[in-house]
Design a protein around this ligand. Structure first.
Ligand SMILES: [Fe+2]
Length: 273
């Protein structure tokens, strides 16, 4: 019995030992599996970090390129503005009475365009058109341009060609495509009685309708050889009275909302704050 009991005990110990050995084997395999997974995870993490770094570098490159593009576009726009201003200046240099007229009228017109709430104020061509509106006058002889008395019918007819001549002068310049519309149509009237095309209502380009108000405002409020300038308040009344005949009523409505102090600052030629 004692011997039989000893044998069973040995067998039991042997079973236990084998189980322990099996468990140890399993544990080792699990450990190896864990190590493999950990290595795999590490490799993936390294890959992800590398990808993130690459993306970061790519984003920085894009940011830099974008910044350079923006700077180049701003530079280009500046040179466009300088070119347009010097062209406008060349037209005005011939007529002392219109000194700074283009700059002022462009400023009034930009204020009205902004008050109107459409996107014409954002389009660069709009301001260029305002500045260059009378560029066609370069083709009008001094004797007519500076004539003190009344113009003959023939002279008047030639004078009235300046919008068409102006639009032709800048026709081949890509960045002045929109501006050419203002140049051609800046003497059109809402009721169709203007020139050169006798357009009426919304057939007149919006920027030209805006310009018409600014142009008359400037003409009324500046000194001319034959009359004293009107007060801004008087000029405003005259413009309001011409809504629906000379001017687009909606443009006049936008003009009426402008602060008189802003108009006065432009009239004096003071820089914007
Ligand atoms: Fe004109």
């Amino acid at each position: 019995m004692a011997v039989g009991g000893g044998t069973e005990l040995l067998a039991e110990i042997e079973r236990q030992r084998r189980q322990i050995a099996r468990l140890a084997g399993e544990l080792e395999r699990s450990r190896q599996e864990a190590a493999r997974l950990q290595a795999q995870l590490l490799a993936r993490e390294r890959e992800a970090a590398e990808t993130a770094l690459q993306l970061e570098r790519y984003a920085a490159d894009l940011r830099e390129t974008f910044k350079q593009e923006r700077a180049r576009a701003a530079e280009l726009r500046q040179s466009y503005v300088a070119t347009v201003r010097s062209l406008a200046g060349a037209v005005e240099a011939r007529d002392a009475y219109t000194a700074r007229h283009a700059e002022r009228v462009a400023e009034y017109a930009m204020e009205i365009a902004r008050a109107l709430g459409t996107d014409i104020a954002e389009a660069p061509g709009t301001e260029f058109g305002f500045l260059l509106h009378d560029i066609g006058k370069v083709a009008i002889p001094d004797a007519i341009l500076h004539k003190a008395g009344r113009l003959s019918d023939e002279e008047r007819a030639l004078m009235k060609r300046h919008p068409v001549i102006g639009a032709e002068i800048i026709a081949g310049i890509d960045f002045l495509g929109e501006a050419a519309k203002v140049v051609r149509s800046h003497h059109e009237r809402w009721d169709g009685s203007g020139y050169p095309d006798g357009l009426s209502g919304s057939r007149i380009p919006l920027a030209a309708r805006v310009f018409a108000v600014a142009d008359v405002l400037d003409a009324l409020t500046t000194e001319r050889p034959y009359r004293r300038p009107s007060q801004l308040s008087q000029a405003r009344e005259m413009i309001l009275a011409a809504a629906g005949t000379h001017f687009d009523p909606e443009v006049v409505e936008a003009f009426a909302t402008l602060d008189e102090q802003v108009l006065e600052r432009i009239r004096r030629g003071a820089p914007s704050p």
